[in-house]
Design a protein around this ligand. Structure first.
Ligand SMILES: Cc1cc2nc3c(=O)[nH]c(=O)nc-3n(C[C@H](O)[C@H](O)[C@H](O)COP(=O)(O)OP(=O)(O)OC[C@H]3O[C@@H](n4cnc5c(N)ncnc54)[C@H](O)[C@@H]3O)c2cc1C
Ligand code: SF4
Length: 448
């Protein structure tokens, strides 16, 4: 049987209409209606639930009084990526989940959209809201160009320090540039936001520079006053089956990166029957985008139930309404092959035993596939990082840090996906970078 994978399943126009903004922005009247729904709660639960601690009623009040600049400042002074976070945060399990309006009438104040309303114009027009403090003469190396690193770099720059970002990729932004679903960040917003962040000055970005290949951690510690590590998770988990690397088995993160960087989405090869193995945001994103590119039949298969999926209920519902099927309690058991090419997957049904351990039942279920996406999580690619892992204290393969995001080394901090105990969300990475920067500043002033 010939695999049915080809480019141009849909026309340019069809793809363009499929990839429109997932949450179109509010206009002024819409923003006022939403802002008026806020109760301006004392000890606002929404602010407590925000990983970056934004004063949410405070910025909503400023929208009401048409002080958009002040509103943006309230947001960006806690979260310099407040623009991207307003697009990608799973608000349904953060601020909006605990909004008093959710409890009272099942409909939260649209905090994410209001945040976007307050920040969009400021970021697009590059209205600088921050000033750098007097130069400290200190120079910090920041490894990686993702949300954790950019947040750390921006805060360090405002505190008067000089920063050099050393980033492996050809562009800064990390997964904002290469990973987030295209329908969440249209019109190259990731790049616009990075430009806004760098506009503060005192941050030099060197792209195409990798820790482990072009420089070592020891060399950075020698040359700079402090080091921040934000190199994320560059390795993907394997399915652990024979033929794991056969034709037709595709790393979901790599495919999404190609999609995000392509000039024309019609040029991307798309399977007719697509199977996605995994249960997180990556699984949802690759499944929905495959459908939007014209795949006929897309199924996400997850080995546990809907409650255990990393993707929220909102995201699961979004996938279903986009035409994606989700099957639970099935674990991949065998890749079906046609020569060196995958043509299907045999799954075994699973259940939890009395000790809540996952077991297979012995019953099978098969799906045909032209493409099988691996979306079962990522890991730090330590092999590519030289002797970094020998110097740092690790836990479960990630970097161990304290509450200030300081590593086991006195002059090295870390944040984002590469640290142990994080949430693997953009907003958490931003918070890590901010906390680390403030602690680095205290360290450099000798008050730490
Ligand atoms: C497909 C996908 C979709 C996602 N969707 C969402 C979403 O909708 N909402 C959400 O909140 N979160 C989402 N996430 C998670 C979110 O993107 C991450 O939690 C966040 O980007 C982590 O930021 P970071 O700075 O730690 O790492 P990254 O964004 O991964 O950035 C790491 C940076 O380090 C660089 N680097 C890597 N190795 C080296 C090296 N050796 N030397 C120098 N530089 C190096 C990389 O080039 C990159 O610039 C998604 C993740 C994926 C994979
Ligand atoms: S919980 Fe809801 S109503 Fe209360 S301050 Fe936050 S957004 Fe407003």
């Amino acid at each position: 049987m010939q695999a049915d994978i080809r480019t141009g399943r849909l026309s340019e126009a069809e793809i363009e209409s499929n990839f429109t903004d997932m949450h179109p922005p509010l206009d002024r009247p819409g923003a006022l209606v939403e802002a008026d729904r806020c109760y301006f709660c004392f000890d606002a639960p929404c602010s407590t639930a925000c990983p970056t601690g934004i004063d949410i009623p405070g910025f909503i009040q400023k929208i009401r009084s048409n002080n958009i600049k002040g509103s943006a400042y309230t947001i960006l002074s806690e979260n310099i990526m407040g623009g991207m976070c307003s697009r990608v945060c799973p608000t349904e399990v953060l601020c909006e989940e605990v909004c008093v309006r959710t409890t009272l009438e099942g409909q939260a104040v649209k905090i994410g959209l209001l945040q976007r309303y307050a920040t969009d114009a400021i970021i697009h027009d590059k209205q600088q809201l921050f000033r750098r403090q007097q130069a400290s003469g200190k120079h910090i190396a920041v490894v990686g160009g993702g949300p954790a690193s950019l947040s750390c770099a921006h805060r360090l720059a405002t505190l008067g320090h000089q920063v050099t970002i050393l980033n492996a990729a050809e562009k800064p932004g990390g997964l904002n540039e290469y990973g987030i679903a295209a329908y969440k960040t249209v019109n190259d917003f990731a790049r616009t936001e990075v430009d806004y962040i760098l506009d503060i000055g005192a941050i030099e970005v060197r792209n195409g520079k990798s820790l482990g290949t072009d420089f070592s951690l020891a060399a950075l510690r020698e040359e700079y006053d402090a080091v921040f590590l934000g190199f994320g998770l560059a390795g993907v988990n394997e399915l652990g089956m024979d033929s794991d690397r056969a034709e037709g088995i595709v790393d979901a993160v790599e495919y999404i990166a190609r999609l995000r960087q392509s000039n024309s989405k019609t040029d991307l090869p798309v399977g007719r029957k697509v199977v996605v193995i995994g249960g997180g945001m990556t699984a949802i994103d690759v499944a929905v985008q495959s459908k939007q590119l014209g795949a006929e039949d897309v199924t996400i298969v997850y080995r546990r139930g809907p409650q255990q999926m990393g993707a929220s209920k909102f995201e699961q519902d979004f996938a279903r309404t986009s035409g994606v099927r989700i099957r639970h309690w099935l674990a991949p058991a065998q890749l079906k092959m046609d020569g060196n090419r995958v043509c299907g997957v045999r799954f075994e049904y699973t259940r939890l035993d009395e000790n809540d351990r996952l077991q297979t039942t012995g019953d099978s279920y098969e799906l045909e596939a032209d493409v099988v996406f691996k979306a079962i999580g990522q890991q730090v690619l330590w092999n590519a990082l030289g002797d970094t892992q020998d110097i740092l204290e690790l836990e479960h393969g990630r970097i161990n840090v304290n509450e200030h995001r300081k590593t086991s080394l006195a002059d090295v901090w870390a944040g984002g996906d590469c640290i142990f105990g994080g949430e693997d969300l953009t907003v958490s990475a931003v918070q890590d970078g901010k906390i680390a920067a403030m602690n680095i500043d205290r360290f450099l002033q000798g008050s730490e």
